[in-house]
Design a protein around this ligand. Structure first.
Ligand code: ATP
Ligand code: MG
Length: 419
């Protein structure tokens, strides 16, 4: 028998050669989150089990079969976080964020744990980039959340991914809809899968997106929530679509995107590669959850969020042949020649750093040739040379390392020139 120990099924090592790519994606996520006004939050890797039972819903796949749950010292039931929203909502309530300036906009980058059947794009430990907005009920907030995901994927160069949007209504219009839906399904219920049978009473909307072929056939032609929205919900959905148009987001209305729990309201959406039929294809998913904060014991607070699977983003990058540039660049290298020039180099490197420019200069007393070689190594975009002649004229001789073009630039115009 081999005594080798392997990584647990469904987990992955992220090896040194992939770290630059991961860090790049994480930094782009942080960057776009900041541009939309989101602040980072980090919550524990495990929580009380009942947080997920209540916050994700006990008729969902996650709670029914995917959680890593353990009992601490024979007493407390704890669960490794299978998703990021419930913990953020718990923290929002616990830390009194309802009394902060609204909306509260939070983002996270986190591990998630789900006991699933591992396959490409479906793992037992994976990573999510997620955002949550609390306290904003307006449809513009839904559009902003969807737009962030759309722009993030666009900036990464991922093509042919579109947002599929739907509305799951509110508890009021859903009640009437459930009556209709159940009347349609009831005669066929015994032909549906066990999951569908279990969900029929508690969460009938989920039957609409059952992936089992025979269920799909039986459910074909079932009434759809989108056709049964009340006036307010219809109005909200129309506005979301208008605002998505304003923001240039490509989307499709798909009445089969559902999240059937009571605390999900209005907008539900997914980002799926066009023409994909794979079941592990969704790159991102999200929706509005106006009832969730209250369900978890907080004050009535509107909420909307989304989560993206980082591994699924990496798969898209690979399948689409997109190379992410993980090289580090230096904005400017100042190459002085001689003692007087060195003082100028030190003075201007400080001034330019104050302006947010990355500047390196010679601290090795190297020859110009050796300095140019070094500038190449650090991927300098520009080199500003200064010798006695330039110092007398008050200029740098600036070389664009890409085009090799050289230009004389007055000392105090250097920042402007390279920006
Ligand atoms: P799926 O239908 O693929 O099971 P889900 O509805 O369970 O997805 P969510 O809970 O909405 O997924 O999670 C948001 C995103 O996290 C998904 O769109 C996907 O990109 C990613 N994701 C979910 N489960 C996994 C997993 N086991 N491995 C890798 N990524 C995952
Ligand atoms: Mg799943």
């Amino acid at each position: 028998m081999s005594n080798k120990i392997f990584a647990p099924k469904g987990t992955n090592d992220i090896l040194p050669e992939k770290i630059a790519l991961w860090e790049k994606i994480e930094s782009q996520a942080k960057n776009i989150a900041a541009r939309y006004g989101f602040k980072q939050i980090r919550t524990p890797e495990f929580e009380s089990t009942n947080l997920f039972e209540r916050g994700v819903g006990d008729t969902t796949d996650i709670v029914q079969k995917e959680m890593y749950t353990f009992t601490h010292k024979g007493k407390e039931s704890l669960t490794l976080k299978p998703e990021g929203t419930a913990p953020v909502v718990r923290s929002f309530i616990e830390n009194g964020m309802a009394s902060a300036a609204q909306p509260v906009k939070l983002f996270y980058l986190t591990n998630c744990f789900r006991c699933e059947n591992p396959q490409k794009g479906r793992y037992r430990q994976f990573h999510q980039f997620g955002i949550e907005v609390f306290g904003a009920e307006d449809a513009s907030s839904d559009a902003e959340v969807i737009s962030l995901a759309y722009e993030f994927l666009r900036e990464l160069g991922i093509k042919d991914v579109i947002a599929k949007v739907n509305s799951v209504g509110c508890p009021t219009c859903r009640k009437a809809y459930y009556e209709k839906l159940k009347a349609f399904i009831a005669p066929k219920l015994d032909k549906l899968c066990d999951d569908c049978k279990n969900r029929f009473d508690k969460n009938p909307m989920r039957l609409i997106d059952c992936k089992v072929e025979t269920c799909k056939e039986h459910i074909e032609g079932a009434p759809l929530m989108l056709d049964e929205l009340c006036t307010d919900c219809k109005d909200h959905f129309e506005k979301v679509k208008t605002y998505l148009d304003c923001m240039g987001v490509e989307y499709e209305v798909d009445p089969k995107i559902v999240r059937g729990l009571d605390y999900y309201t209005n907008t539900a959406f997914e980002f799926i590669p066009k023409d994909s039929t794979k079941s592990q294809a969704a790159i991102a998913a999200g929706g509005r959850y106006n009832g969730l904060v209250e369900t978890l014991g907080g004050p009535k607070t509107a909420g909307i969020g989304l989560a993206m699977g980082i591994e699924r983003i990496l798969i898209q990058l690979e399948e689409q042949g997109i190379e992410i540039d993980t090289e580090e660049y230096t904005d400017l290298y100042i190459a002085p020649l001689g003692e007087g020039a060195k003082e100028i180099a030190l003075k201007y490197s400080t001034l330019l750093r104050r302006e947010g420019i990355t500047v390196l200069t010679d601290v090795m007393n190297r020859s110009l040739k050796a300095q140019m070689k070094y500038a190449d190594k650090i991927n300098a975009k520009f080199v500003a040379m200064v010798g006695e002649d330039e110092a007398d004229k008050g200029v740098f001789l600036v070389r664009d390392m890409n085009t090799k073009e050289q230009t004389e630039v007055p000392f105090d115009k250097l920042a402007e020139f390279i920006k």
